[in-house]
Design a protein around this ligand. Sequence first.
Ligand code: FES
Length: 377
Amino acid sequence: MVVAEADQRSRLVPPPWAPDCWGDEDRAVLVCRNVLEITHDVKSFHFEPEGERAFTFEPGQFITLLIELDGETVSRSYTISSPPTRPHLISITVKRVVGGPVSNWLHDTMVPGARITADAPLGAFTLTAPPAPKYLFLSAGSGITPVMSMTRTLFDLGSDADVLFVHSARTPADIIFRRELDAIAAVMPSIRVVHVCEGDYPSERWTGLRGRLSTAMLQDLAPDLHERETYTCGPAAYMASVRRILGEVGYDLRKYHEESFSFEDLPAAQVPPAIDSDDSPLSAGEADAGTTFSVEFVRSGVTVTCGPDEYVLDAAYAAGLRPPASCAQGMCGTCKTTMLSGEVDMRHNGGIRPREIAANKVLICCSKPLSDLRIDS
Ligand code: FES
């Protein structure tokens, strides 16, 4: 297997002292501790581990929930909104998505005492270590969760890093963690929080920055933009807009980090296509134009044809199969399965661990065949 692995980062926060830590390799049962209403359609779910354990992870990482829905196991990845500096609980913050099976299930059925199975934290969208002296956090909608974990971490650590956190929302009622962020900024001068709203809410006229993030707005808020390490999370269109703005001002994109899970709870039929094939690891010269490979999905009993320049997930969808998938970018691990035979070129973004790769696990959304394949799916 050919593998491109995400950068390995050293931990910003040392693992907590505990008899046992959950956070490296395993699947575990989590127990819901409490549920908090954050906005009219967003809730935070706090979980504790079963038994004498503590959570260890990096701010910005996600966990993958496995839920039984209509007799099928559905997996969804959610970024952790709590900081690793509070290792007794782990929280996710979930917006109810119209038609989204998992977010509605969580909102309607997850109550204190309920148990849920989850895969351990994963992901490469984390703060660099050592920390940068200046950060720019940009988020929109429920994309706030990873940068909230980062902000809470820096706050808990008493960091003197200069943080500018610009969050975009539709209306003031949609600003997630509004009061908590304002309270953090009120007591920690090194953290500045700016909310940007597109419009008013019926019960509140918005008096702050209005509209969508623009080049002029960002330059005005951050005249020292080029000195800041930037972390962005939100819907794909928002992040495309941020990249365009940063491109216009000549920002050094080596200091730019982004993640999107805006499609995290779409029905399977709406999962976006896999990574743009322009990223193909095989050049036109390397790929034999006439070559195709067979991919057998053993449990489905279906064999599909896949070109050398095509992602296995795309080939499966083209054939009418619906294997689980979420990010389609090698980040979330939802499409992880076992390769029973064959070889792939996998270019992931932190959604799989070295130990899993050694055990023939593969992310089919970012894998192209190098031979005929048999997949346990
Ligand atoms: Fe997210 Fe493949 S769908 S890693």
